[in-house]
Design a protein around this ligand. Structure first.
Ligand SMILES: C[S@@+](CC[C@H](N)C(=O)[O-])C[C@H]1O[C@@H](n2cnc3c(N)ncnc32)[C@H](O)[C@@H]1O
Length: 207
């Protein structure tokens, strides 16, 4: 089931755009993408993060499991006549080129059922040696962020997520709260996590 099917056409609200801008701004405080770099926006939705970083990188791969969200992204890229980007409809395992310098994911990881499998795949089959992963997501919450709907993860305990990244061969360099969202008078914290690929391939594979 595509949870985002009926949300796609109204996704790009000022609030969502501001959320993506804040994340990109925070990312840029910690990491400077290179003009020769290839990045992936994982769980890209309508491309709010990737389209900003597109100006600073050589190439962007947009990946998302929702056809409806990607349809809006295609319209947006079409409007600026950018037909050069790869748009992949599917799970993270659909990509295996190991040529990505930077992978970003904003507010998507809590929708991913098997985090361990996704992180292992990113580390082993997506990121180049010394590649970087930047996550923006919710800290643990009580389920009210999605109005009690069934979502794989009610935010994240960043210590537990750090350990999961570590196990997958990704070293967390930094994590901290960078934003607070208010929804129906409740507040939710957003964290950023910056991790680099551990280049000890043997250690990564044996885990
Ligand atoms: C909350 S939206 C965030 C979209 C975008 N990153 C943004 O900040 O506007 C989460 C996105 O993750 C995608 N998603 C959820 N589970 C996924 C999965 N297992 N693999 C790839 N994308 C997924 C959804 O389709 C949706 O577009």
């Amino acid at each position: 089931m595509d949870y985002f099917k009926n949300k796609a056409s109204e996704w790009d609200t000022p609030m969502k755009m501001e959320m993506a801008e804040k994340f990109v701004k925070e990312l840029l405080k910690n990491y400077t993408p290179g003009k020769d770099q290839k990045m992936m926006d994982y769980g890209c939705g309508t491309g709010l993060v990737g389209m900003q970083l597109s100006k600073l990188t050589r190439d962007v791969v947009y990946l998302d499991s929702s056809e409806s969200m990607l349809e809006i992204l295609k319209q947006k890229l079409g409007a600026i006549k950018d037909f050069s980007k790869s748009i992949i409809h599917g799970e993270i395992h659909s990509y295996n080129q190991k040529d990505i310098d930077l992978i970003t994911t904003l507010m998507a990881l809590h929708h991913v059922e098997d985090i361990e499998s996704a992180l292992n795949h990113i580390s082993a089959n997506i990121l180049k040696p010394s590649g970087v992963m930047v996550i923006g997501d919710l800290k643990e919450e009580d389920g009210s962020f999605h109005n009690g709907e069934e979502i794989p993860h009610k935010g994240f305990n960043t210590e537990k997520l750090t350990a999961q990244l570590q196990k997958a061969g990704l070293k967390v360099e930094k994590t901290y709260i960078y934003n607070t969202l208010t929804k129906q008078e409740k507040t939710y914290e957003q964290f950023i996590m910056i991790a680099t690929k551990n280049n000890d391939e043997k250690a990564t594979k044996s885990k």
